[in-house]
Every structure is written in C-alpha cells, then in structure tokens.
Design a protein around this ligand. Structure first.
Ligand SMILES: Nc1ncnc2c1ncn2[C@@H]1O[C@H](COP(=O)(O)OP(=O)(O)OP(=O)(O)O)[C@@H](O)[C@H]1O
Length: 303
C-alpha cells in the first residue's frame, strides 16, 4: 500500500505537487493520470525516495522509502527504461542489482524468463530496442519480488504483443495481491488495464475512484433516443426541460431528463420509440472533462 498525506513538492517557483492525499491499495491496478507537467513523475520519484517532499509525506507499507529495509523487496519501479549502462549485458545489469540488494542469483534467471529476455540475456543493453529496454526495466522492478510496483509509461515503445503482455502482467500482479500504480497517457490502454484511477492536475488531486464509478459519474444523464417522429419528440422533450441535440439519422441526444422521464414523456405523447439507450462516457471523455481546467501545456488548434 502507498499512502500520501499533504504531499507537496516545490521547485524554486514551481509547485509540482500540491498537498496530495491518497492511498493506493493492494489488489488493484491503479492508473495514475494527468496532463503533461501535472506532477506524476515527481510523485513517483518521492514514493521512491529519489526526491524529498517539501512538506507532507508519502509512505510505502507504512514507512518512507529511506526507512525501508531492503527496499527492492518492498517496492519495484520502472521509471526510465534507458537508464542502464549500454555496455552491460541484461544479465550482468540484473546480477549486480541483485547482488547489491541481497537477492539470489536464481531470481535473475526467473525474471529474465518472465519478461521474455532469456535468449538475449548476454547481449549488450546498448543494442536493445526500446521495447526490449522496457522489458529489462520491468525485470528490474520484479527482481526483489516486491508487494508494491510502480510503472511510469510502461507500454511506451512496445508492439501490440508487448502491450497485451504488460497488460496481462500488471493485472496478474494485482490479482496476486500486489499494489500496482501505473502512469500512462494512453486512455484506451488504461481503460483496459486499470480498475482504479488517481487523476491529478497542476499537482492537485482531481479524482481518486474506481474506474466504473468515474465513468458512470461523467456519463450521467445522456440518453440516445430514436423515434418514428424525432422532431415532434424533440419538441415534447424540450417542453419538459430536456436539452436535445440532433445526431445522425434522426437520432436525438437528450441531456437533463434521464431515460425514465424520457420514456414517460414518450408514452404520454403517444410517440413510437425505436431506441432508448443510456450513453456511457469513455474514459477519455471523463478524463477530458476532469482535466480541462488544469492543462498546463496546450498547443493552439490549427485554423
Ligand atoms: N527537477 C526539477 N526542477 C524544476 N522543476 C521541475 C523538476 N522536475 C519537475 N519539475 C516541474 O514540476 C512540474 C511537474 O513535472 P512532472 O514531470 O512531475 O509532471 P508529469 O505529470 O510527470 O508530466 P509528464 O506527463 O509530461 O511526464 C512541471 O512543471 C515540471 O516542469
């Protein structure tokens, strides 16, 4: 479990992380989302003791990173996959990491097998593709068999097979009862991988909830309706206070009434309905609504 209380990081004139309170629980894949510059990497670095909070705290299994005994056994992380000496072999890189952390040599072979790098274990890391480097970074994270895992943009550079592999791996690590925190900008991938979400903007918490609750909250009240006489139905629904937009093929998108009241209005007005469907937001839509006021870097829309 990871727990932050009033976690704050100020760099000179930038407040990168601003009073974050959250808990990341075991048994879930928690997606860590937010626009560029929101403070995700800074938060992850503070979890891993690579940066000190200006105020507040963040603890792994009840202790700040500096207080962890054999930290690699408690928390593993993939931050920057390219941060490995290029002249070393994958095996030697993991072997020295294991030796420095009291981890048995046999575990190196195990994690190489898990990430599918056994065949290239003796090759120099400098010749690895980005996808292979990601796998090596994940092997390093798994080396100490930790209960808490952090992945910063883990699917970066992976091909579709690799993406499916990491998705399955993260879900199985959570199913084993581990705490898995993963940052990504790929909403479609997050929607398939995470079951909880932590969303931040400008260093502040915007949402901490289950994926399905967040999507339901941002879907509320939008209903797609098809009727034999859409123009007359639209008038009746507007008269009852609904906001109605015309979609393709005579479809109506109705906001502010809900499917029960729309059904009742249709019955009262003698309308023939062909379809009445609550519209579910995508994670991407929910994310845009939550973060629209806290995007720091936004390019102008081309004319
Ligand atoms: N070492 C540093 N010194 C000064 N400012 C920093 C430092 N590290 C991060 N920042 C600033 O803190 C803010 C948060 O940055 P951070 O990298 O944590 O965001 P992020 O959410 O990980 O962004 P991205 O999605 O682009 O990776 C940014 O404004 C960034 O410029």
């Amino acid at each position: 479990m990871i727990e932050a209380r009033g976690l704050t990081k100020v760099y000179r004139d930038t407040t990168a992380v601003d009073g974050l309170d959250f808990r990341v629980e075991p048994g879930h894949v928690t997606g860590f989302l937010g626009p560029n510059g929101a403070g995700k990497s800074t938060t992850m670095r503070m979890i891993l003791g690579l940066d000190r909070p200006t105020s507040g705290s963040v603890k792994v299994n009840g202790r700040e990173y500096q207080g962890l005994v054999w930290p690699l056994h408690q928390v593993g992380a993939l931050l920057d996959a390219r941060a490995v000496h290029p002249g070393r072999s994958a095996y030697n890189h993991l072997r020295s990491l294991a030796a420095a952390n009291g981890i048995a040599r046999i575990r190196v072979d195990e994690v190489l097998e898990t990430v599918g790098l056994t065949g290239v274990a003796r090759k120099r890391v400098g010749g690895f593709s980005l996808g292979m480097s990601q796998r090596l970074g994940i092997a390093g994270a798994l080396l100490g068999d930790p209960g808490v895992l952090l992945f910063d943009e883990p699917v970066n550079g992976l091909d579709p097979d690799g993406i499916l592999w990491i998705r399955t791996l993260m879900r199985s690590l959570a199913a084993e009862g581990r705490t898995v925190l993963v940052s990504s900008h790929l909403m479609s991938e997050m929607a398939l991988t995470a079951d909880r979400l932590l969303i931040i903007g400008e260093g502040r918490l915007l949402a901490d909830s289950a994926m399905n609750e967040l999507i339901a909250r941002h879907s509320a009240g939008r209903v797609e309706v098809r009727a034999a006489d859409p123009l007359r139905l639209a008038d009746d629904l507007r008269a009852r206070g609904g906001r109605v937009e015309a979609g393709a093929d005579g479809m109506l998108l109705v906001m502010g009434l809900g499917s029960v009241r729309i059904g009742e209005a249709a019955a009262a007005g003698g309308h023939v309905l062909h379809q009445l469907r609550d519209v579910t937001a995508s994670l991407e839509e929910a994310y845009f609504r939550l973060t629209e006021d806290s995007v720091t870097y936004r390019a102008p829309v081309p004319a």
